[in-house]
Design a protein around this ligand. Structure first.
Ligand code: FE2
Length: 364
């Protein structure tokens, strides 16, 4: 078997550029059960920005806001609204990851740099992906601090309680019409990923709109990136709506794994998170399609959780409404019981639900 030139241990962190990191940080603590662990800003010697790091099990999110009007961060927020800037990948050798990918055509954002403090050193390097999104390679094997040099450990007055979010399952990108294959090529050639699945508009179309999607994955399968592009339909595709309001390609949704989706979703609802709804008719004869499941169907129905099955098992999933005012980024909560796929059997019901929301916004 050929050598994996880009071994990845998992998602290191996801960084969001936002208009008000202090409030985003509290939102994710309060609503999603994250815990504040680190902070960088004027108090730590950073003059032009603040960043808050929150954590839950293996998931780390960073929220960053510019303190000055003219900066890359401020311009990013002006153009895109709140959104994902960095999909950081945890590697053993950041310099080699940078070298191997730029050798194969990746565009450099930052060549490898090592940062030190009393807890050791972290090496990072970054390359471009779709839109203004970047991948940062993070090598932290010689570091024992809470996040990065330059950050100090932080604690919130807010007593957060976890809601069972375990790890990032997959991150989906939306790109322009005709660009999906270019980015699948990028992940295959530059990053050494493999094409897992292709969905065309016969899989993913409703009466109104359609999209195409291909899923790429790294060697060990820990990183999965579905890439969507709009397809022609009678009305505006949900992907076109995203591209219009995000002002270009970017991260559409982050799927987070849980071991108990009924409890996790019930708690999220209690804390104010809103989900897309499928009609009750979705649950009629659902077991004929998906077979036996361990959960009580009534529990799934009461939380409006979707079910799908593939050759290897079944999965349970649900999607939030956009988590900022622009109809851009949203979250998926997913519980896998063997299934390695993405819920193809739910696409139609789901997209009809998205289109109902689009219509309410006047964007269909
Ligand atoms: Fe997904």
């Amino acid at each position: 078997m050929e050598q994996d030139f880009l071994p990845i241990n998992g998602t290191d962190y996801i960084e969001f550029y936002v208009g008000n990191a202090k409030q985003s940080c509290l939102f994710y603590q309060h609503c999603f059960g994250f815990e504040l662990i680190a902070y960088a800003g004027p108090e730590t010697g950073v003059r032009d920005r603040v960043s808050y790091v929150v954590k839950q099990n293996k998931i780390r999110f960073v929220f960053t806001t510019s303190l000055i009007s003219e900066s890359e961060i401020a311009n990013h927020v002006k153009k895109h609204g709140d959104g994902v800037k960095v999909l950081a990948l945890w590697v053993d050798d950041a310099a080699s990851s940078f070298h191997e990918t730029t050798l194969r055509g990746a565009e450099s954002v930052q060549s490898p740099i090592s940062q030190q403090d009393e807890f050791g050193s972290v090496v990072t390097a970054s390359i471009k992906t779709y839109g203004e999104t970047i991948h940062t390679f993070v090598e932290r094997k010689n570091y024992s601090g809470v996040f990065f040099p330059g950050f100090k450990a932080a604690k919130s007055n807010f007593q957060s309680s976890q809601i069972g979010l375990k790890h990032v399952d997959h991150c989906v990108g939306n790109v322009e019409l005709g660009q999906m294959n270019r980015w699948v090529d990028f992940y295959e050639k530059v990053m050494g990923f493999k094409l897992l699945i292709t969905f065309d508009d016969s899989d993913i179309s409703t009466e109104y709109s359609a999209l195409m999607s291909k899923v790429v994955s790294n060697g060990n399968g820990y990183i999965k990136f579905p890439i969507n592009e709009p397809a022609h339909g009678k009305k505006k595709s949900q992907i076109e709506e995203y591209l219009e309001f995000y002002n270009g390609p970017g991260v559409q949704h982050i799927a987070i794994a849980t071991d108990d989706i009924v409890a996790t979703v019930a708690e999220l609802r209690k804390r104010g998170i809103e989900f897309l709804r499928v009609p009750d008719t979705y649950y009629e004869n659902i077991l004929d399609r998906v077979g036996t499941i361990n959960e009580d169907l009534q529990d799934l129905k009461s939380q409006n959780i979707l079910i799908d099955r593939d050759e290897e098992g079944y999965l349970l999933q649900i999607f939030t409404k956009p988590i900022q005012d622009r109809p851009t980024l949203f979250f998926e909560i997913i519980e896998r019981n063997g299934a390695k796929s993405f819920g193809k059997g739910n696409f139609k019901a789901l997209f009809e639900s998205i289109e109902r929301e689009q219509a309410l916004r006047g964007n269909l």
